[in-house]
Ligand binder design. Structure first.
Ligand code: HXC
Length: 514
């Protein structure tokens, strides 16, 4: 009898906690198109797999009447469950409880589950819906965030860390996600900023809406802080589940092997790249023409569009793609695209994912804007990331590979394992027009018919350098191949590099141009 009474008491206590911030706050949350924190966890994880911990944790703040406030679960739900039947750790902040703000005990719940995730080598998912550090708790909330940032850094490159932004997130609630591997946002729901509109109005006297300051589109298209954009929370969860189908559970594993599927017939590799090097095309069609089932999972689709990154599978193995995108800015490298590629390369390298690089670019974007924005420093990140990466690196030169772009895009010289080129490849210090204008300037200027001589010199330069054979003659390219041979060769190259093992000189760590 006694145990029955105790079970009833437990049930009553649970019921109380499950009320979160109360009916009114939950209705407000729903009116914004948002699920509650627990609903989000249930929607994301495998059905029935969630187990909650630390449900009865209570805050211990006393100032500003906090001692009179009961904050259920202290505004965050933590636990473990499964995705694809494999274990994951998760926390979800509950905006209905004090705006999901982070006090000391709230932070202890998060750091405890982070420690579990690292110890047990399973991914960590953080659903952020929080006004940041709880103002009433002063330095204790700052300490809480510091502890989270430290653990984010410790876990980086060991277990996957996924952040989902599902509400107005300020301060620490966006800095922790910025330290994680992938950030997911949802239209109209996600907001990310260091200081909110209220603070901006107080300090600067400027009025700006939350959406314009840091809405989902701002971070998917302008800042690059977000990696995946969805139109609803449901779509966002589907994206997360798909991401988990490509990545390993920790850095000691390889991604799951799936059954080989051929690319779809509608992607005809011979017809995608125009022969004229000035004409654009969508490099994603080349990727789709070689990956299993033509399934390419693009990352940061809306930002730095002149370079494409994402996952696909080759013969059932996950690979990361880095490709210049001639549809935008002729596929040049610039500040943002260098950052985008460099970080992704480091992700693939940390988690044992081979990298395939598709090259077609006229070089780095020239101009005062880029120079002053630090293209030297940012561009160098790409050189560093490729040079440092020890996973299998396969390169395919489709068309143009000019100047620094040729070197930076996983060239043999940065230790690509296999470099292939199509017959349409052109490898030179710069485009034939620019090259002829510079090296034959005097002859062109002094000629009776300067334009005719200029054309002649351009042709001469093209014949000499604008082909793959000069590089192939030096062994910088391993094979010049027909487009239709591409998948077969890439599959083979991935197969033979499966056990690749190299190591560099012993050091604590390098000093990349962060
Ligand atoms: C305590 C907070 C809070 C916070 C929100 N609330 N943020 N309580 N500390 N940081 C409470 C509100 O008082 C309110 O309580 C409830 O949550 C809902 O908030 P609203 O303001 O009504 O919601 P909304 O209009 O949607 O605005 C959300 C918001 C705004 C944009 C997040 O609340 C806001 O600007 N909050 C402060 C953001 C901020 O500057 N945080 C500190 C960041 S510094 P009631 O009881 O009225 O329902 C930081 C340090 C780490 O995080 C930095 C690391 C580098």
């Amino acid at each position: 009898m006694a145990i029955k009474r105790k079970i009833k008491e437990l049930q009553r206590k649970r019921e109380e906690v499950l009320q979160g911030g109360g009916e009114q706050a939950i209705r407000k949350q729903q009116a914004m198109g948002k699920l509650t924190a627990r609903e989000r966890i249930v929607a994301l994880l495998d059905k029935g797999s969630f187990n909650e911990y630390d449900m009865f944790v209570e805050h211990d703040a006393r100032d500003f009447d906090m001692d009179k406030k009961k904050l259920h679960g202290d505004g965050v739900i933590v636990g473990t469950g499964t995705i694809h039947h494999r274990p994951v750790a998760i926390f979800a902040q509950d905006f209905t409880v004090a705006g999901g703000s982070l006090g000391l005990m709230h932070s202890h719940k998060i750091t405890k589950i982070m420690d579990h995730a690292l110890k047990m080598r399973m991914p960590l998912i953080g659903i952020n819906d929080s006004g940041g550090a709880r103002i009433q708790e002063g330095v204790n909330s700052l300490a809480g965030y510091g502890e989270i940032f430290f653990r984010n850094t410790l876990s980086s490159g060991v277990i996957p860390q996924i952040s989902v932004i599902l509400g107005p997130c300020a301060g620490g609630a966006v800095y922790s996600p910025a330290l994680t591997d992938f950030v997911f946002v949802v239209e109209n729901i996600s907001k990310m900023f260091i200081t909110g509109p209220e603070v901006i109005k107080t300090v600067l006297g400027e009025e700006i809406s939350m959406e314009d300051l840091g809405g989902a589109r701002v971070h998917s298209e302008m800042t690059g802080n977000a990696h995946f954009f969805a139109k609803s929370e449901e779509e966002c969860f589907m994206q997360i589940i798909k991401l988990f189908s490509f990545i390993p559970w920790n850095n000691a594993e390889k991604p799951n092997l799936t059954a080989l599927k051929n690319p779809k017939k509608e992607y005809k590799i011979d017809d995608i790249v125009p022969a004229d090097p000035k004409l654009p095309y969508d490099v994603r069609d080349v990727i789709r023409s070689v990956v299993d089932d033509s399934d390419f999972f693009e990352i940061q689709e809306g930002w730095a569009k002149n370079l494409v990154i994402g996952f696909g599978r080759m013969g059932g193995r996950t690979v990361g793609f880095v490709a210049n995108q001639p549809l935008f800015l002729a596929g040049v490298l610039d500040v943002d695209s260098s950052d985008k590629a460099a970080r992704f390369i480091r992700y693939c390298d940390a988690f044992n994912i081979p990298i395939i690089t598709l090259v077609d670019l006229p070089g780095y974007l020239p101009g005062v804007d880029q120079e002053h924005a630090g293209v030297i420093r940012h561009g160098a990140k790409l050189l560093y990331a490729y040079s440092e990466a020890t996973v299998p690196k396969l390169t395919l030169i489709l068309r143009k590979a000019y100047g620094g772009g040729y070197i930076a895009m996983s060239s043999r010289h940065l230790r690509a394992d296999f470099v292939f080129a199509w017959p349409s490849a052109e490898i030179a210090v710069m485009g034939p027009e620019g090259a002829a204008n510079i090296i034959f300037r005097k002859e062109i200027k002094e000629a009776d018919d300067p334009e005719k001589v200029r054309q002649q010199k351009v042709k001469e330069y093209k014949t000499k350098f604008a082909n793959p054979y000069v590089a192939a003659a030096k062994g910088y390219i391993d094979s010049v191949i027909e487009p239709s041979e591409t998948r077969k060769l890439l599959l083979h190259a991935i197969d033979v590099s499966d056990k690749k093992s190299i190591s560099g000189p012993s050091k604590k760590h390098g000093i990349p141009p962060f």
